[in-house]
Structures are given as structure tokens and as C-alpha cells.
Design a protein around this ligand. Structure first.
Ligand code: PGA
Length: 264
């Protein structure tokens, strides 16, 4: 596990965007796992900039988003479909046929729908690089605390903490979603490489538990300790409860020196 400590959201976004850009240049037909949320907007801003400057071509990239609220159509401004279109897809040249986001309007046989999503990931050759945010409760995707560490894409009931965190984005008259379709922790762990971004003091406990705590279903992101190629990119506030910050800095320096390919 690499832990990259940065000053603020802007530095984190740039670092993450550079890692994604490097991966796309290395493999133009990259299968990219994408995330939504406030932490991600800066990353997409930089990726869009690289594309507009002619530095990055997404024409062969295949994307899979982590999750979508159940009950929200793609046209709903709080849907993750809408978010992705607004912040990323409308500004770059990802082929619409290569975009995959769980369908929040699916009804009936959820299991079958989710198995189809997993199949599509498999047919694309698996996810090469997965970007993640983290919830205050340690969730990745919508894998709420106590999610099985082996879980696959499925319907998931949202925790009260997540519902409260998201309520501010919905009109007071509107009930915010109670469920979502999300890739599972097992699905995420199959990505070849994973980058998790965290900013702000509200994430400090979740970040510390994920990196330095025991692996536990109570903190979904702690399952990333099982993965051989994970990079956490964390700002000062989100890193404030980590006890090994000096060690992470030294690891990073030595890694850059001895295995520079890991840093790009
Ligand atoms: P945020 O969400 O980036 O809006 O904080 C992250 C998450 O809940 O995964």
C-alpha cells in the first residue's frame, strides 16, 4: 500500500488525474472504474483539461461506475449518471458505447441485473484501474459498514449516515434515496490497481481505520489492505489521525527512487 500525503484537495486531484492519465497513455484501451462525489470533481476537472489540451485521448477507454441510487433516472440531477455526464463524459471523447453505470431505474430481478453488470466487467477484461472515494463511515462505493468483504454488485440499503450526508443535495420536499446498486467489495478488490482519494477532517477517522486499523466489515475500505496495488491519496486534514505519516513519506521517497514505474 502506498500512502501519498498532499496538502489539499487541489493537489490530490492533480495527483490522481496524473495517475489516471499515465495509465491511459500506457494502455489506451484501459478499463477504468469511476467514482462520483465531491472529492472526484477536481479529478474530472483535470482530466477534462488534459483532454482539451490534446494531451489525453479517451476514445478507446471503457468505463464502469461503482454505483447508482435506486429509483433515480439518468436525467435526475442527483443521479450519478447526471454527475458523470456533467463533470466528465460531455467534455471528453469516451465512446458512449463504452460507458457503464448501474441503472437506477431497474426493477424486479435485481440479482439478474447485477450479474449482468459483473459479466460486462468480466467481458471487458476486468477493471485495470479503479478510483474510489471514501464515506465518513468508511464505505467504498455504497458498501456500507458490515458489507461482506466478498460482496459482488448488488442492491444495498444505505446507512442512516450516508442518507444524512446526501440529504443536503436533495430538495427538502424530496425524499433522498434509501437504496443503491453498487459494485461489491469483492468486485472492487479484483481491479488490478486501486486509487482511493480522501480530503477533509470529516474523513480522518475513516482513513485512519482503513489504513492502520484491523480489516473489518465495519470499515469497508479496510478491505483494501488485502489488495497488492493500492494507493491512498490523502490531504492533511484527512490524514490527521494517521500515526505513521513519517513512515509513509519515507516509503514514497524510496519507492520513487527504487521503482519509479510504481509512481506513474
Ligand atoms: P464525497 O463522497 O466525495 O462526496 O465525500 C465519497 C463517498 O461517499 O464515497
Amino acid at each position: 500500500m502506498l500512502v501519498i500525503l498532499k496538502r489539499d484537495n487541489e493537489e490530490i486531484s492533480r495527483e490522481a488525474a496524473q495517475l489516471v492519465a499515465g495509465a491511459v497513455r500506457k494502455k489506451p484501451a484501459l478499463t477504468l472504474g469511476l467514482a462520483t462525489g465531491g472529492t472526484m470533481t477536481g479529478v474530472y476537472k483535470h482530466l477534462v483539461q488534459f483532454h482539451k489540451q490534446g494531451l489525453l485521448d479517451f476514445s478507446q477507454v471503457v468505463t464502469f461506475n461503482l454505483d447508482e441510487y435506486l429509483g433515480l433516472a439518468a436525467t435526475h440531477p442527483q443521479s450519478f449518471h447526471y454527475f458523470m455526464h456533467e463533470h466528465f463524459f460531455q467534455h471528453v471523447n469516451v465512446d458512449p458505447r463504452n460507458i457503464h453505470i448501474p441503472d437506477g431505474t431497474v426493477r424486479g430481478n435485481f440479482e439478474q441485473y447485477c450479474a449482468t453488470y459483473e459479466d460486462a466487467i468480466r467481458k471487458a477484461g476486468g477493471i485495470d484501474l479503479q478510483i474510489l472515494g471514501i464515506g465518513r463511515n468508511g464505505h467504498i462505493g455504497f458498501n456500507e459498514p458490515t458489507s461482506s468483504l466478498g460482496s459482488r454488485t448488488r442492491l444495498k440499503v444505505l446507512s442512516q449516515e450516508t442518507i444524512d450526508d446526501n440529504a443536503k443535495f436533495f430538495a427538502p420536499s424530496e425524499e433522498s434515496p434509501r437504496c443503491a446498486i453498487t459494485m461489491g467489495i469483492g468486485t472492487i478488490l479484483e481491479a488490478k490497481k486501486i486509487i482511493l482519494l480522501a480530503t477533509g477532517a470529516a474523513k480522518a477517522t475513516a482513513v485512519a481505520k482503513s489504513i492502520e486499523g484491523p480489516i473489518a466489515s465495519a470499515v469497508s475500505a479496510s478491505a483494501l489492505q488485502l489488495h497488492p496495488e493500492v494507493t491512498f491519496i490523502v490531504d492533511e486534514q484527512a490524514a490527521s489521525q494517521l500515526t505513521q505519516r513519517d513512515y509513509y513519506r519515507r516509503v514514497l521517497e524510496m519507492t520513487a527512487l527504487l521503482t519509479p514505474e510504481r509512481m506513474s
